[in-house]
Design a protein around this ligand. Sequence first.
Ligand code: 6CS
Ligand code: FE
Length: 327
Amino acid sequence: MKPGPIPPIPNWQRKAWGPDMTAAELLADLYPSRCAAEPERRPRLDPVVHRPCYPGAALDEAQVAAFERDGFLVLDGLFDAEEVALLQRETGRLLGNPAGLDTETMITEPGGKEVRSIFAIHRQNKVMERLAADSRLAGVASFLLGDDVYIHQSRLNYKPGFHGKEFYWHSDFETWHVEDGMPRMRALSISVLLAENTPNNGPLMLIPGSHKSYLTCVGETPEDHYKISLKRQDYGVPDELSLAELAQEHGIVAPTGKPGSAVIFDCNIMHGSNGNITPLPRSNAFFVYNAMANRLEQPFGVEKARPDFIAARDPRPIAPVTGRLCG
Ligand code: 6CS
Ligand code: FE
């Protein structure tokens, strides 16, 4: 079924998106952060879902409504056992034999040698490149973002047993806007579970509904901030009062699931994860899909943009690939 026409965008969105923006508005920073003495809770100016649902769309009406309302959606059993085995073999190989990887893409745990993340995995591994382009991921992202999409960032987060450290609360968009130059909230992450995410081994925690508020942060971004923030983020993290208010209003959820499931989450949802002191690793593959119309400009809050392995600056639209990963 061909997708229906994208409806004309209402005036309030046209102003934010459309061709009749004034030069001043085009240059305006609509999501300023890390530039005031006090944190603020500002409204989201962008839609969450950029295209109405239609019969045969990548998600059904109920899923679209849930994602719009909550800012995240769990897709259980997206990949079958054979595909999961392939992904687990590949990630084990990458971890066991990092020799062929670009060393700057490998991030170790703070104060340790354990691998915390490997970035740009879709550029360094053929199986991950195929996974990133899979229609069950890229096709869903393209539908929700109402545009062709590209990979803004990919990473394997290992969260090793016993030593996996936490990821403190944050909005990805706040960082991607301030440090990478992502103009608008028209991006999303998809985490593919490669090991069982249990309530105990540091699953992703989310505040449902928090994606509709923009919490500005205080504090000036240090030079080359990514060299520490990818290990432990101390700037671009919200204040405790705002966090407490959001958690009070919306609660906190920690979706768990079997390997092969996926969690889609909006670029601006407040999320984090606890450390992992269980013997079980919590490894996930994350792909960040950005709309081609939302490709990076100059960073809105720092002089120097982050390196390309963290934030792609020469986007190529993905042609989603259908069919199983292992043929
Ligand atoms: O700075 C970033 O882009 C990365 N940091 C976190 C904590 N989440 C998003 C992304 O992986
Ligand atoms: Fe994040």
